[in-house]
Design a protein around this ligand. Structure first.
Ligand code: SAM
Length: 203
């Protein structure tokens, strides 16, 4: 029987998940699809309503094997770049020919993107338990121009740690962002997991 990584991923912390994703890459799509993974479609549909020009470049941060990019493309986004820390995940994304540019970087170095390069950044299934640490939220937000959009999700495991929601509240409270969308819904329904999805606009 194939190993289920969904059992391991949320115990893994957020320091360096590269080994986990290297092992999971080959069966990732199959396992998450089997569990009804739907957060990418939810984020993509919500984002579409706030973007007037669907040819604006999007950075799909933590693109993995490309399921998030696929969902963005399916609702009409034309120019999507992918960035991730796992070569194994990105190699599979490459085969799907969704992304205009795909890059792998070392999570212990700076994100290889310059300020204002993207008006839209997504981090779908990326920040929180089993993947990227909360500081990534600040780094990504700082890369956006004024009026830029940040679309991301926190799953139930991540929401169990109040620091993640507090981070969002902080940006809203100090006037650095306004919230265009927030909804709670299915994440991996067959694994009984839900997620919050958010779209913030930088003020
Ligand atoms: C659960 S997968 C989600 C992938 C894709 N967005 C999707 O919706 O299928 C999490 C991804 O985050 C990546 N990741 C983990 N830590 C990261 C970090 N610090 N920066 C960027 N990506 C990271 C992993 O390599 C993995 O591809």
């Amino acid at each position: 029987m194939e190993k289920s990584y969904l059992k391991d991923v949320y115990d893994g912390g957020t320091n360096d998940s590269r080994e986990l994703y290297a092992s999971w890459a080959a069966t990732y799509d199959k396992e998450v699809k089997k569990n009804g993974y739907v957060t990418p479609q939810r984020v993509a549909k919500a984002l579409r309503d706030f973007v007037t020009n669907q040819s604006d470049f999007i950075l799909d941060y933590g693109c993995g094997t490309g399921l998030s990019g696929h969902a963005l493309q399916a609702v009409g986004f034309e120019n999507i770049d992918g960035l991730d820390v796992s070569q194994e995940m990105v190699s599979l994304a490459e085969e799907k020919s969704i992304y205009k540019n795909l890059r792998v970087f070392d999570p212990f170095t700076e994100i290889p993107v310059h300020s204002d390069q993207y008006k839209i950044i997504t981090a779908i299934g990326v920040i929180g338990a089993g993947a990227a640490p909360l500081q990534v939220f600040d780094s990504l937000f700082s890369l956006l121009p004024q009026n830029g959009l940040f679309a991301f999700s926190f799953n139930d495991h991540t929401l169990n740690d109040p620091n993640y929601e507090k981070k969002v509240e902080k940006y809203l409270g100090n006037g650095h962002a306004t919230i265009l969308h927030k909804s709670y819904g299915n994440h991996l329904p067959k694994a009984n997991l839900k997620s919050n999805i958010y779209i913030l606009k930088k003020l």
